[in-house]
Write a protein of this length. Structure first.
Length: 71
């Protein structure tokens, strides 16, 4: 999974799987990416800091219930 915030364009993206996608708008400035089989593989939020009140939420990421595999 890749979580990325681009402060220059104020966009937050969460990519669950890298693949060729079809993007469908969900609402004003929010879009979902789907793979060829219709599975959700990503989400993008435009004007993210404006929507959340600031970019402060993007300075720290917490993972819960994520089991990491040993290399």
């Amino acid at each position: 999974m890749l979580v990325r915030y681009d402060k220059e364009v104020d966009a937050l993206s969460i990519v669950f799987q890298s693949t060729t996608v079809t993007t469908k708008p969900l609402g004003d400035g929010i879009a979902a990416d789907f793979d060829a089989e219709g599975k959700l593989v990503g989400i993008e939020v435009l004007d993210a800091a404006k929507r959340f009140g600031s970019s402060a939420p993007f300075t720290q990421v917490q993972l819960q219930g994520i089991g990491l595999k040993a290399a």
